[in-house]
Design a binder for this molecule. Structure first.
Ligand SMILES: Nc1ncnc2c1ncn2[C@@H]1O[C@H](COP(=O)(O)OP(=O)(O)O)[C@@H](O)[C@H]1O
Ligand SMILES: [Mg+2]
Length: 212
């Protein structure tokens, strides 16, 4: 395999670090917009793809336009020259054989595109936009035959949306059904203020404060 120098930019804040460190079956990162949730989701999947050879990952968002705007473009920029991107299949293939597939579930039935597929890791971006039955179907695809890895799902969530109730039940209220195990669910609250503000932003905020 060729040696490639590859550098990922940015450093996780403490909440993002907690999200990275969780190995629970289901880990949700939720709260205020701008808390760095989407960044953490992308970075977590990339780190896992690099860490485990031949890992199969799926990143889902509710709609195609949201997927393109928020993830495809950013991952393409970040990984260009290191990872191969197949635009038709929307799949990033890493030199170690790991693959991140990007997908969406616009309609209730769109989840069936993933029927019979197996992913070691599934990321649900803005999980509160998914219905509970979509989430349940998608989690049936979170399977693995590997011995070095147990399947995991990562979620990011903002309050509100069609899936608000199931996200709240599982991750906030922690009310479980017989088929669910409390220890499988971890919630990490995001706070917008945990993102460090750069010097220039600080300076401009100060300037604004003086004006008003
Ligand atoms: N640890 C980090 N290092 C560098 N940039 C970050 C980091 N966390 C977040 N960002 C950037 O901050 C902005 C907001 O983050 P984002 O993940 O979109 O927030 P959210 O999804 O919670 O609304 C984005 O431009 C993102 O790239
Ligand atoms: Mg986001």
């Amino acid at each position: 395999m060729r040696d490639v120098e590859f550098q990922l930019k940015g450093y996780p804040n403490p909440r993002q670090r907690a999200f990275f460190e969780s190995r629970a079956r289901h880990t949700a990162y939720g709260g205020a917009r701008g808390g760095g949730k989407s960044w953490a989701m992308r970075r977590k999947l990339v780190l896992l793809a690099l860490r485990y050879e031949g890992l199969q990952l799926l990143l889902l968002r509710r709609t195609l336009s949201e997927l393109n705007e928020n993830h495809v473009r950013l991952l393409q920029t970040e990984l260009s020259g290191f990872v191969d991107y197949n635009q038709t299949q929307r799949v990033f293939t890493f030199p170690n054989g790991s693959r991140i597939k990007l997908g969406y579930c616009d309609n209730e039935q769109d989840v069936y595109r993933y029927q019979g597929q197996e992913y070691d890791v599934i990321g649900l971006e803005e999980a509160t936009q998914f219905t509970e039955s979509q989430m349940q179907f998608i989690s049936t695809c979170n399977r693995s035959v590997r011995t070095d890895f147990t399947p995991r799902m990562y979620y990011t969530c903002n309050p509100g949306g069609v899936g608000h109730a199931w996200v709240k039940r599982l991750f906030i209220d922690r009310r479980y059904r017989a088929s669910e195990r409390a220890e499988d669910y971890v919630f990490i609250p995001a706070r917008a203020e945990t993102i460090s503000i750069s010097h220039s932003t600080r300076a401009s905020m100060k300037a604004q404060a003086t004006v008003f």
